[in-house]
Design a binder for this molecule. Structure first.
Ligand SMILES: [Zn+2]
Length: 113
């Protein structure tokens, strides 16, 4: 268990070199927290994890409905969830780095374990 916590709380190469968060920072902690019953903290550490689960469910439902309907009119699958993910990813990394650089707040600190 100690190894898992060390692995999760370790920072990525980009952070170690630049001192800034990359778009993936917080992802491991987010997954860890989600599986340990802390969805709100998971959302804070990396909102793309919960959003990604929602998008996967959405696409699964769309695909299931398409397969079951067997209609001849093929509707294309919406791309807005993917654009939403890009916007969420950019907004998340911007917010975390603004908090870090401008306010000296470390939003991805690992003191919660
Ligand atoms: Zn990173």
């Amino acid at each position: 268990m100690n190894l898992i916590r060390r692995l999760i709380s370790s920072h990525c190469l980009f952070y170690r070199v630049t001192g800034l968060y990359c778009p993936g920072c917080g992802g491991k902690r987010s997954v860890y927290l989600l599986f340990h019953g802390h969805p709100l903290l998971s959302l804070w550490y990396h909102p793309l994890v919960l959003y990604g689960i929602g998008v996967l469910l959405y696409y699964s439902i769309c695909l299931g409905r398409r397969l079951l309907s067997r209609s001849s009119t093929e509707k294309s699958i919406a791309t807005w969830p993917l654009w939403g993910a890009v916007i969420l990813l950019a907004g998340n990394v911007l917010l975390k780095n603004i908090l870090l650089v401008a306010f000296h707040i470390t939003p991805l600190s690992s003191h919660i374990y």
